[in-house]
Ligand binder design. Structure first.
Ligand code: ADP
Ligand code: MG
Length: 151
């Protein structure tokens, strides 16, 4: 699937909003890319699209931030500071995974082996004029959601 250009923060938020329109639990979304490439911004747009009205902070130190939304439970993870994937057990991840939810995971590479496999990976990169995004779908649900990005 070809690259999508996101000119500014507003575009990044809007793309999250479009994903929210079709996103249904259970779903695992990996957000990959360097620091500052817009992973949390995209998540913010997604959460707003799902009706969340409060703040969306990066769970850089807490690792996980749960959101109880009108239609679903969503867990936002940022594993940048995780040193050992086994630490995820202490967060009670195993129990949380038993209930269908939406998982949005920044820095999934850091949790390799202890995370559910993704339905869709969004690979983000810096560009001189904003950011770019490339989707990699790994399930039918992931492919269906990725298609929304090109509509
Ligand atoms: P990450 O979570 O990947 O580290 P953030 O979402 O925190 O990145 O974004 C880092 C900065 O980049 C923020 O100041 C944000 O406003 C800005 N930003 C996000 N998306 C874009 C974009 N498409 N173009 C330009 N700046 C952006
Ligand atoms: Mg972030």
């Amino acid at each position: 699937m070809h690259e999508i250009h996101l000119a500014d923060e507003a575009a990044q938020l809007a793309l999250g909003g479009r994903l929210a329109e079709r996103l249904r639990a259970p779903f695992v979304l990996y957000l990959q890319g360097d620091l500052g490439c817009g992973k949390t911004t995209l998540t913010r747009g997604l959460l707003r699209g799902l009706g969340h009205q409060g703040a969306v902070r990066s769970p850089t130190y807490t690792l996980i931030e749960p959101y109880t939304l009108a239609t679903t439970q969503l867990y936002h993870l940022d594993l940048y500071r995780l040193t050992d994937p086994e630490e995820l057990d202490y967060l009670g991840l195993r129990d949380l995974l038993e209930i269908p939810a939406i998982w949005v995971i920044e820095w999934p590479e850091c949790g390799a082996g202890a995370l559910p496999p993704p339905d869709l990976r969004l690979q983000l990169e810096h560009r001189t004029d904003g950011r770019c995004l490339r989707p990699v779908a790994t399930t039918e649900a992931g492919l269906a959601l990725a298609r929304v990005l090109y509509e």
